[in-house]
Design a protein around this ligand. Sequence first.
Ligand SMILES: *Cc1c(COP(=O)(O)O)cnc(C)c1O
Length: 485
Amino acid sequence: MTNSKKSDISEAQQDLLRRLPGVDAILEAIHEAGRFPDTPKTVILSAVRYVINSHRNEILVRPDQFKASFLDKETILRRVDAAVESAMRLNLNHVINATGVVVHTNLGRSLLSGDALAQMQTVAGRYSNLEFDLSSGKRGSRYSVVEDLICEISGAESAMVVNNNAAAVLLSLDTIARHKEVIVSRGELVEIGGSFRIPDVMAKSGAILKEVGTTNRTHLYDYQKAISENTGLLLKVHTSNFSILGFTKAVGLHELAEVGKKHHIPVMEDLGSGTFIDFSKYGLIKEPTVGESVAAGIDIVTFSGDKLLGGPQAGIIVGKKPIVDQIKQNPLTRALRIDKLTLAALESTLRAYRHEARAIKEIPTLEMITAPISEIDKKAGDLTAMLETVSNGRLRIETIEASSRAGGGSLPLLELSSKCVAVRADGLTAKTLGHRLRQHTPPVIVRIEDDQILMDMRTVQTDEVKIIATAINGIVNEAEHDQPN
Ligand SMILES: *Cc1c(COP(=O)(O)O)cnc(C)c1O
């Protein structure tokens, strides 16, 4: 700190800074108390430095909120404890999703079914026939683990899988349309988020984007007029995270497939989320299915493994055999290769789709999307009851109607009616409560509206209800004592 700055701070602040213990004094106290016998020294040292620095910062930035009692040895040691504990915790860990967004990309998208988890465990801890043909005793292909299953469920001739759908799109474009023109409707030049934009992926693959039509209306003749000897592909992209309403027109799959066939140009569709199930059967908005695209004669269809499909992160490519074979030969395939744990989980997930009712019940993403309101209401009631017993009148708790979203760039217009537990806590803003819930182990991620926290029970698992109640209780109790943040 420079001298000129020092002169800006008050006597009281200077006094607090002088009383702030040094690193050695705190280390000594830790040693005397016999704390952290098994923790690496470097971790303890950084925790101590962190606590001293944050105290210094608090004294300088928010002196009015800093109490002399924060400098007590016990208080400081407690904060070092917390810092050590946080440094020793895994960085990637369980969080509770109370946002109501089922396929939440930032929270890990899809949860795997019990079978998929067990299968991953087996394949991870044992040798497997990943690329070994047990009948011939020779080298086999890892893609054969899921290829037949995907064809069976989708009706496609051929299939392969890669790391994610972005990779599936890149690989397909690179294989089919390198240095050739790809005709796409202006209404479908989408950005998915996380920097996946159709024009950019196109540029990376070496394909040349040829936009046709307008944002809201594209006709068959727009594609037909754009076709030339340079055309390598007609591409359709599912507008998975937005919708254009009103005066609109898009060309249907059958018509596009017909045009492609007539001009001997392959037709590809990036379905985005992709689903094998017709959600309209469950009273939800219809999302185009993989089977429909295949049946319409689209040559290559790509989609994600971990969006509405409810499996692990993967990109699935289905379509006509000669083109899929060409894609398999592309050297890029090796760079985008799917991992064995993913394959294990994907195979299990796909097997559940052989019986739709089983898929709906066992695949958590499908189960949450189709969950009856009575089930969600029950969880809301359980959480409310638990909070009421611990709240001591310090919480205002209400169950409100709300809508959850499918998320993950799927069913953009779908609002699933749901139930949220809304909580206000005396003396805590919703922002602070939300922040402290994120600091809890496990963290609880909530929505904030009208200065209250909203917990959508659709995405909260049954065994997490109690954890949330305990977390809120702890935060409210702690807020009664004077604690620095
Ligand atoms: C989500 C999405 C992608 C990217 O899929 P990932 O599996 O996340 O790589 C590509 N295209 C569309 C239309 C999407 O919705």
